[in-house]
Design a protein around this ligand. Structure first.
Ligand code: PLP
Length: 397
């Protein structure tokens, strides 16, 4: 018998759950794209997007997913033949690097594997070895959505500064913006990229490139082409230039609502705290299950775990069975493994816990996973939900 009925729950690391209010804000007739309410509303998005990334610099909005803004960031700052250094944690920086290579950019990769964050020492050594300043940019992700590791952006910047190297520091915050603490200016990122469908709770389709003056200087030597050029999008007074054509009208209304929820109602700092608490509850449940079982954290050190996604290791084959049981019998969709190979593909699943999420949703997800383990005869210690509840109870008192 299947119990899959009622509202399905998505617990994948992007797209995330979209608040009904965001969906409702999008449900409207097409607006005038030349003047009036839409144009005025869009002006309010830029300062609020900067508040989310804690920057006083500029942000360009693209009709694109994360891959689109990866490309935009590269096109505005680099030329074919130039070199970038990739801090290869998990899977996502490597994919960004493949894109760079396809654009004729040379890549140097330090691969930290699927279970570690980027080492400041390795970064420092690579930059010190680059006597001719061949490396023009360092590419890193704050959260690697495949391994669920979190990189220490501030410490990596300090390691760059210690070498005096001039490379740009480009940080992919697609899975972490609006979830994990981030300070673009104080932590010294030159470029930050993000997209709307994860912590920002808006249907996939718009992406953001934040850039400071140093990155903007680098743009002057490149040929980003018209569509990807961030200058038009941030400096031209004509509204249609901000999107190089028709604005993504309904997405922008959705984003406005999401930013109101995030900044005006919950508050960014409270949102970071909520993510931390909910993530800690999930980790506590995983700790308990693992005491008598086969599930464990992919990232052992909890200070190096993302608060937006958790990658869970199981016995071979169990991860896939759990995912399939949850989806077919309970309407809960968990994340597939990414980046694991060598027969390890069916030994991991991911829990997305980013954005529009509260204790009933988290406990529902955990309870459903436990139900799947019971139904499938997968060994686990009892008491995981109680441990999760205790964490949440403690944080609200
Ligand atoms: C989701 C994600 C991407 C890719 O975004 P798409 O919208 O799927 O192109 C890139 N980097 C990170 C860290 C992500 O989490």
């Amino acid at each position: 018998m299947s119990l899959n009925f009622g509202r399905p729950q998505l617990a994948i690391p992007g797209p995330s759950i979209i608040p009904d209010r965001v969906l409702n804000a999008m449900h409207r007739p097409s607006p005038n794209i030349y003047e009036g309410q839409l144009v005025d509303m869009v002006d309010t998005l830029y300062p609020d997007l900067c508040r989310v990334a804690k920057t006083s610099h500029k942000v360009a909005i693209y009709i694109a997913n994360g891959h689109g803004v990866w490309e935009a960031a590269l096109r505005n700052t680099l030329n074919p033949g130039e070199k970038v250094l990739i801090l290869g944690t998990g899977r996502f920086p490597l994919t960004w690097g493949e894109m760079a290579r396809n654009m004729g950019i040379k890549t140097e990769i330090i691969n930290f594997g699927m279970q570690a964050d980027a080492s400041t020492q390795a970064l420092q050594t690579a930059l010190e070895a680059d006597k001719g300043n061949e490396i023009k940019a360092v590419l890193v992700v704050q959260t690697d959505t495949a391994s669920s590791v979190k990189n220490d952006i501030k410490a990596l910047r300090a390691a760059m500064d210690a070498t005096g190297h001039e490379a740009l520091f480009m940080v992919d915050c697609i899975a972490s913006l609006g979830c994990d603490e981030y300070h673009m200016d104080d932590w010294g990122a030159d470029v930050t990229i993000a997209a709307c469908q994860k912590g920002l709770m808006t249907p996939a389709g718009i992406g953001f490139v934040y850039f400071n003056d140093k990155a903007n200087e680098a743009r002057k030597g490149t040929m980003p082409g018209e569509y990807w050029d961030w200058k038009l999008r941030t400096e031209d007074d004509q509204f249609y230039r901000k999107f190089d054509g028709t604005a993504p009208t309904h997405h922008l209304y959705g984003l406005r609502e999401a930013l109101d929820i995030l900044l005006e109602e919950e508050g960014l700092e409270a949102c970071w705290k909520r993510h931390e608490t909910l993530a800690s509850a999930i980790w506590a449940a995983l700790d308990v299950w693992g005491q008598k079982g086969v599930t464990s954290h992919n990232i052992e050190d909890n200070s190096k775990r993302s608060v937006a996604v958790s990658t869970v290791k199981t016995a071979p084959g169990d991860a896939k069975k759990i995912r399939q049981w949850c989806e077919h019998h309970a309407g809960l969709t968990l994340g597939i493994p990414l980046g694991f190979d060598g027969g390890d593909e069916d030994s991991h699943f991911r829990i997305g816990h980013m954005g529009h999420l509260n204790p009933p949703m988290v406990l529902g997800t955990l309870g459903t996973i436990e139900t799947a383990m019971k139904a499938l005869g997968i060994p686990h210690q009892e008491g995981a939900l109680s441990a999760a509840a205790q964490i949440m109870a403690k944080h609200t008192s």
